[in-house]
Ligand binder design. Structure first.
Ligand SMILES: [Ca+2]
Length: 404
């Protein structure tokens, strides 16, 4: 006869098996072998919907592809959120596919930025530098797919937290190094002013707060020298449709964009809107230039610098929306356009189709960048791929205005 306890044990065991099986099922659903992922991204690129006249193609297999930067010689450097390496995608010879070289010697190198022949890499607490990476790549034997590097520490002193700590880095048109330091939480206050900011590296290698009240920016660009714009990801757990993500405009240093006290058009946060600091600062908070859809996870953004795109795209920002994780109906998973040519900005989809029929993503865009012939590259950390977007039939004038 089973005792009461052994019955309880059986029930617990049964529950554990059931939970384990469901967990394994979910794990199986979301875990796909990397080689298979590349097959998926090559095949699924045909599902992407682009406006008439545009073409999108699979360009390169790059595992966990995050921020991108282009060197003057056309090498596309691609960061990775985790691991010890970034990738250098070498420009293809006529008709061929690009060669991908792993640059090994980093830790969680999400951010990349080229300056001259040097490469800068954003790890969580610091910025690394590889001097004359160009020469090191040129010296590689033909067919080599890996290059070990010993990067120097260019700047450190950034917080150690992984939560919203992955770095996006850019050089401004004036050559100053910028990064963003996210808040290490969903929503919280921090007494250390380095959190929740866009940062600029001073000449003394000390970080200066350029913009504050920013929850987590993973993308920024300059419309013209000194005129900074950036995306910011809104907090979680205020429902499907709140708060909006934000495209913000910082035409000068020292502005506060409201987090955690206000979101969107200065709406008080239900938890932090009544804090003493909120009342003190409220009058100075800057509202977004454009509210983006809630939970889309707006990451990389660029002004359109492409002479090859039609004129109606020229005064626009393109934004990579990585896609929601906590919304009953998925949102994002697309490239959007914010057209700034009229009296008011217009926010609309540019490339969609990263989702399967059931809404689950096969791909998740992270960053976008324009190449020297005006082509757009998109990185995807879910499918492990770079896509190339071109506009057919327009002038093939070489761009002299694309940004690293
Ligand atoms: Ca804000």
């Amino acid at each position: 006869m089973p005792t009461k306890n052994s019955k309880l044990n059986q029930t617990l065991l049964g529950t554990a098996i059931l939970v384990g099986a469901v967990g394994l099922g979910l794990y199986m659903r979301h875990t796909i072998e990397p080689a298979r992922l590349n097959e998926i991204s090559r095949g699924s690129v045909t599902q992407l919907k682009v406006p008439q006249g545009f073409n999108v193609e699979h360009y390169a297999d790059v595992p966990a592809a995050r921020q991108m930067s282009l060197s003057d010689s056309g090498i596309l450097f691609v960061g990775a959120k985790i691991g010890d390496r970034i990738r250098a995608v070498m420009p293809p010879t006529a008709g061929g596919k690009p060669r991908v070289v792993d640059l090994v010697g980093f830790k969680d190198p999400n951010g990349v930025a080229c300056l001259g022949r040097d490469l800068y890499v954003g790890e969580i607490p610091r910025i690394m530098r590889v001097d004359d990476v160009q020469a090191k790549l040129e010296a590689l034997p033909a067919g080599a797919t890996e290059l070990a590097v010993q990067p120097a520490v260019h700047a450190d002193g950034l917080p150690p937290e992984g939560h919203h700590g992955w770095k996006y880095i850019r050089f401004s048109p004036q050559g100053e190094l910028f990064t963003a330091q996210g808040m290490p939480c969903n929503v919280c206050e921090k007494s250390d002013p380095i959190y929740g900011t866009i940062l600029r590296l001073g000449k003394d290698k000390k970080w200066e707060v350029y913009a504050s009240g920013v929850r987590n920016s993973v993308g920024f660009d300059w419309r013209s020298p000194g005129d900074l714009w950036f995306t910011d990801n809104g907090r979680d757990w205020l429902g499907d449709d709140l708060p909006p993500d934000e495209l913000n405009h910082a035409p000068k240093p020292g502005l506060n964009f409201g987090f955690p006290y206000r979101y969107g058009d200065n709406v008080p946060d239900p938890e932090y809107g009544g804090k003493p600091k909120a009342a003190k600062l409220a009058a100075s908070f800057v509202v977004p230039a454009q509210k983006l859809d809630a939970h889309v996870a707006s990451l990389g953004m660029r002004f359109c610098k492409s002479p090859a795109f039609p004129p109606e795209y020229r005064d626009s920002v393109f934004i990579a929306e990585h896609g929601s994780w906590n919304r009953s109906k998925p949102s994002g998973y697309r490239i959007t356009q914010v057209d700034l040519s009229g009296d008011k900005p217009v926010y609309k989809p540019f490339i969609t189709g990263f989702q399967n029929a059931d809404g689950s993503p096969w791909g998740r865009p992270v960053d976008l960048i324009f190449g020297p012939a005006g082509e757009m590259y998109i990185s995807d950390d879910h499918a492990g791929a770079i896509y190339k977007v071109t506009y057919n039939g327009l002038d093939k004038a070489k761009s002299t205005d694309y940004q690293k």
